[in-house]
Design a protein around this ligand. Structure first.
Ligand code: GLA
Length: 392
């Protein structure tokens, strides 16, 4: 029996074990996924990089509650790089930087949990993190045990200083170590897509999501370049195996509000993690309105878990669509060019079933309309029109 259990664990299957009358363990696929929809929350990196401490995390957790973001689904509070002290302790354990985190990680996780939120942390499948702090390669078990003891719910596991060792086995070791703790911990593979984790090994090592690209920056050129790299990956994602084109830059100041609306709309449509990366303690009304767009959050979190895809590329104008589990389709008409342009598509092309009429909801203005099948809207420069369409 012991052998059956470890074989299942090694394979990294998210399955339940049922011990039958004869005492043999069999795997079932009845276990519910840890991440039935893409993760939503906040991460420290995009805005704060190494300038982090426990006060920031506490205040951010409080802000997630006071802004209404927690209740809209943003529940993960994730620390990124630079939380560690420069040296492990005498027992070989990672220690939080005593200046930045004087109360320790358990107390911080408690603060986060008391607010109905989840606590995430970061390490690298290398000898050091990208910023040069101690990391978890060859320390997987001791580190996973520390994370579980602290109450960590989510591990982002980076790829720096990996000594050229094969990705799948480096990530498998941490996946195994996390499962061995017995605590459900989301395993976020941050391997930048180099070895195409979506093709199989990401899920096999127990990953629940994986980066498909290198890092986002707070520019139009950056997020649209990442967007282009998502074309063709839609078939590989679903519950507990999300493609991750990196975190949101909404509200970080490098783009205009309509550009952030475009970024947010397409990340929602791609079933990307909606991990805010801005300062939530000082968030503008416009930024809040973007992050709290419930209609787009509903598109992202749809229980069917089908990732949206590009249905047409006319150069600077594109049409993206995502099938929703209620038979509707979410559509983003995307204008990447410098002037207002009418973008048109038809119901069949975006995957809607044939009907005499369709109901159209504009996901930014809330305006409702009907159409006989043609979808057409003037789309301003560097903007989107996002709609959800139901066969009537
Ligand atoms: C890598 C990751 C980023 C971030 C930094 C931290 O670049 O891809 O998301 O975690 O490391 O150093």
């Amino acid at each position: 029996m012991r052998r059956s259990i470890s074989a299942v664990a090694v394979a990294g299957l998210l399955t339940a074990l049922i011990v039958t009358g004869s005492g043999t363990a069999v795997a079932t696929s009845a276990a519910s996924p840890l991440l039935p929809s893409p993760p939503m929350g906040w991460n420290s990196w995009n805005r704060f990089a190494c300038d982090i401490d426990e006060r920031l995390v506490r205040q951010t957790a409080d802000a997630l509650v006071s802004t209404g973001m927690r209740d809209a689904g943003y529940t993960h509070v994730n620390l990124d790089d630079c939380w560690m002290a420069r040296e492990r302790d005498a027992g070989g354990r990672l220690v939080p930087d005593p200046q930045k985190f004087p109360s320790g990680m358990r107390a911080l996780a408690d603060h986060v949990h008391e607010r109905g939120l989840k606590f995430g942390i970061y390490s690298s499948a290398g000898t050091a993190t990208c910023a040069g702090y101690p990391a978890s390669l060859d320390h997987e078990e001791v580190d996973a045990r520390s994370f579980a003891e602290w109450g960590v719910d989510y591990l982002k596991y980076d790829n720096c200083h990996n000594e050229g060792r094969p990705a799948a086995s480096r990530y498998a070791k941490m996946g195994q170590a996390l499962r061995a703790t017995g605590r459900p911990i989301v395993f976020s593979i941050c391997e930048w897509g180099d070895q195409r984790p979506w093709e199989g090994w990401g899920a096999e090592v127990g990953g629940h999501l994986w980066r498909t690209t290198h890092d986002i920056r707070d520019t139009w050129a950056s997020w649209t370049d990442l967007l282009d790299q998502q074309v063709g990956l839609e078939g590989y994602s679903g519950p507990d195996r999300w493609n991750d084109p990196d975190m949101l830059e909404v509200g970080n100041g490098g783009m205009l509000d309509h550009e952030y609306r475009a970024h947010f709309s397409l990340w929602a449509l791609l079933n990307a993690p909606l991990i805010a990366g801005n300062d939530l303690r000082a968030v503008s009304g416009a930024t809040k309105q973007i992050l709290l767009n419930r209609a787009l959050i509903a598109v992202n979190q749809d229980w069917g878990g089908k990732q949206g895809h590009r249905v047409r590329d006319d150069g600077e104008q594109e049409v993206w669509a995502k099938p929703m589990s209620d038979g509707s389709v979410a559509v983003v008409l995307f204008n990447r060019g410098p002037g207002t342009v009418d973008i048109a598509a038809n119901a069949a092309e975006v995957g809607l079933s044939a009907a005499g009429r369709y109901r159209v909801l504009d996901l930014w203005s809330g305006r409702e309309d009907t159409t006989a099948g043609e979808l057409r809207a003037p789309v301003p420069a560097y903007s989107v029109v996002a709609q959800r369409i139901w066969p009537a």
